[in-house]
Design a protein around this ligand. Structure first.
Ligand SMILES: [Fe+2]
Length: 371
């Protein structure tokens, strides 16, 4: 595993020891307003850092962006930080990845966007996830929103794997049920898309199947009982394994469309995946009815044909909207979403090849209306 994993209730109170192991002296903590004011585990982390805390950058909003990353990197440089500690969901972690790149190389994050162009390790980066969704703590990708082009762009590089991921269930007890549900469905999507990817392999399959077992059993419990530390712990590990799976196997058309929906219509990432996934699975099954047999095996279903229905039931059980219409997306936006999806790299790994926006328009209309 390229990222050191630490798991345990209260583990966030001892991040200073992880800094020592990385040879770091001063940290910038990157987070958002919600996490920074939630108290509890976050306060414990701050106290534990003591004199090694160079500052708290709490300016991350929904989706990482160029300006926010550059501002965070400036704050880190001014504080003399030699370590970035990200505490949050996917947007915070991806912002942390960006800051660690700019702190090392200078300039703006715009100058460093690309695929495997970074030379050598970046500024050490420790991640504490506060959602059981993104898996970004163990991936080599940062998804960054370009507000000028209204597109989500990928920074994909083997040198942006975080150094250490600290999985502490206590960080999740304040997560509201609706966010538990949508981010959890992102993890479910990572596992299922890793299992149908053209890059799938025995290693990613193993990670994805165990991720699905954990998420299937424990996500509804975490949703219903936010303070249940066992459920929070199992889903944290589940989303982490799903992150490991898709870092190896990549994702697919569902993520390509979700990125398009995020860029064009600002639909939150997990919710976009949750709405699209059952439809994308049925679309893919038209070419291969056996495609989801491994998903069925992991979830204890009779056959792969039941898998899309299982995903839809899970979303309904957690009271998530299940159509783009109900999520507030204008039908007129679908054309632009299709174009954005077809320029997204994730589409390349979908088992059913798609190339032109017109090919997915009937699918998008179905996802919009829900039938
Ligand atoms: Fe995702």
């Amino acid at each position: 595993m390229p990222v050191k994993l630490v798991f345990g209730e209260g583990a966030g109170g001892d991040v200073s020891a992880e800094m020592s192991e990385l040879g770091c002296r001063m940290a910038l903590v990157v987070t958002d307003e919600h996490v920074a004011t939630a108290g509890g585990a976050f306060d414990k982390l701050i106290r534990g850092l003591g004199p090694r805390l160079g500052g708290v950058f709490r300016g991350v909003t929904q989706d990482s962006g160029y300006t926010v990353i550059d501002e965070g990197a400036k704050m880190a440089a001014d504080a003399g930080a030699d370590c970035v500690i990200s505490v949050g969901g996917g947007s915070v972690i991806d912002t942390g990845k960006g800051i660690s790149v700019v702190l090392k190389n200078g300039g703006s994050i715009r100058d460093h966007m690309g695929v495997n162009i970074l030379a050598g390790p970046q500024t050490p980066h420790i991640v504490l996830p506060t959602t059981s969704g993104t898996g970004s703590e163990v991936t080599n990708v940062a998804v960054i929103y370009d507000s000028g082009e209204k597109r989500k762009k990928n920074l994909l590089d083997h040198n942006i794997f975080p150094n250490t991921a600290v999985l502490d269930p206590e960080f999740l007890v304040h997560l509201p049920p609706a966010i538990t549900a949508s981010t959890g469905m992102d993890a479910v999507t990572h596992a299922i898309e890793a299992l149908h990817s053209v890059m799938k392999n025995p290693v990613s399959d193993s990670l994805a199947m165990q991720a699905l077992r954990l998420m299937g059993q424990w996500l509804p419990v975490a949703w219903a009982e936010p303070g249940n530390l066992a459920a929070r712990g199992h889903t944290l590990v589940g989303s982490n394994l799903a992150g490991g799976a898709f870092s190896n196997a990549m994702v697919g058309l569902c993520h390509a469309i979700a990125h398009g929906l995020g860029g064009v219509a600002r639909v939150p990432h997990g919710l976009a995946n949750s709405i699209c996934l059952p439809h994308v699975m049925r679309f893919n099954m038209e070419e291969d009815p056996q495609l989801y047999d491994q998903v069925a095996e992991a979830l204890g279903l009779g056959s792969g044909e039941e898998a899309p229905g299982w995903v839809l039931d899970m979303a309904r059980r957690m009271e998530l909207p299940t159509t783009l219409k109900d999520a507030g997306v204008a039908e007129e936006a679908l054309g632009e979403v299709a174009e954005a999806a077809m320029t997204d790299g994730a589409a390349l790994y979908n088992p059913r090849p798609v190339f032109e926006p017109e090919e997915i328009m009937p699918l998008l209309r179905m996802i919009w209306a829900g039938e």
